[in-house]
Design a protein around this ligand. Structure first.
Ligand SMILES: Cc1cc2nc3c(=O)[nH]c(=O)nc-3n(C[C@H](O)[C@H](O)[C@H](O)COP(=O)(O)O)c2cc1C
Length: 254
């Protein structure tokens, strides 16, 4: 495995060569994914491979109208999945155990959802690295957390599952391979020692100011770069939809 390629040169890829990903390549990458760490070895996640082109196109629309999703050769939805384990408990007579021993019958709560999300994301990122090592590019689609009710119906999702992320993968086009990398905050801001160190005024002066964070310049209603970033990302309609969708899913989960 080439450390530079997999980690230091990686960038998100949003345009792919037309060719499908060979099934042996997929199988190898999925094998790597299955070796990802998983809480209690319980594997609290599932992956739905989207093969139906009509479904891909629909997801491209429901995930904030991102057309490149429909053209991606390999599309995977990662579910936080407590349905499988809870189904096993039911099948194994946990209800009977609780009745017999006078225990309350517990159901998955918010903590279980978070743990299942951790599992799903560990699996997704392992898959990203494996794919990168074999020459494939990828892009996360966080917008799969929007429109929960629609996605539940489209993907036949049972209770105690949640699509926490989606990945699109394929061979990068030449243009995507050469695209400049998006900058990052430095380790000094991100990595703390022993205790949390809040960002200083000097840190804030430098944050998100470099080119590559999109058109982060004041304009319209915004008078500072931070105001522009707030309007463009945090207060964007897709962020509001994600908040609504996740709150609605949580109601159901509870
Ligand atoms: C949780 C998560 C959600 C993301 N969702 C999207 C998305 O919906 N659409 C998209 O084009 N990129 C998405 N990305 C990719 C980021 O935009 C990308 O990682 C970031 O801009 C940095 O660029 P780089 O990965 O090329 O270094 C997502 C990344 C993460 C980790």
């Amino acid at each position: 495995m080439d450390f530079d390629t997999v980690f230091l040169q990686r960038r998100s890829i949003r345009a792919f060569e037309d060719a499908p990903v060979p099934s042996e390549t997929k199988a190898l990458i999925l094998q790597a994914m299955l070796r990802a760490p998983t809480a209690g070895a319980l594997m609290l996640y599932s992956v739905i491979e989207i093969e139906d082109p009509a479904l891909k196109s629909r997801l491209a629309e429901t995930c904030d109208h991102q057309g490149f999703i429909a053209k991606a050769p390999w599309v995977l939805v990662f579910l936080a999945d407590y349905a499988r384990l809870y189904g096993y408990f039911e099948r194994e007579g946990v209800g009977e155990l609780c009745e017999r021993s006078g225990r309350p019958l517990l159901a998955p709560r918010e903590a279980d959802l978070l743990l299942a999300c951790c599992d799903a994301l560990a699996a997704a990122q392992t898959l990203v690295c494996a794919a990168e090592a074999l020459g494939l590019g990828s892009c996360y689609i966080g917008d799969i957390m929007e429109n929960w009710e629609t996605h539940r119906e489209l993907l036949d999702l049972p209770r105690y599952t949640f699509p926490v992320t989606m990945l699109v993968l394929g061979r990068p086009t030449e243009q995507q391979r050469k695209r400049p990398q998006v900058p990052r905050l430095g380790a000094g801001l991100v990595v703390h020692t022993d205790r949390y160190r809040p960002a200083s005024p000097a840190d804030y002066g430098l944050m998100y100011q470099r080119e590559g964070y999109g058109a982060s310049v004041p304009g319209g209603e915004a008078r500072t770069r931070g105001q522009e970033l707030y309007l463009r990302k945090f207060a964007a309609p897709y962020s509001e939809e994600m908040r609504r969708s996740v709150a609605s899913m949580l109601e159901d989960w509870r």
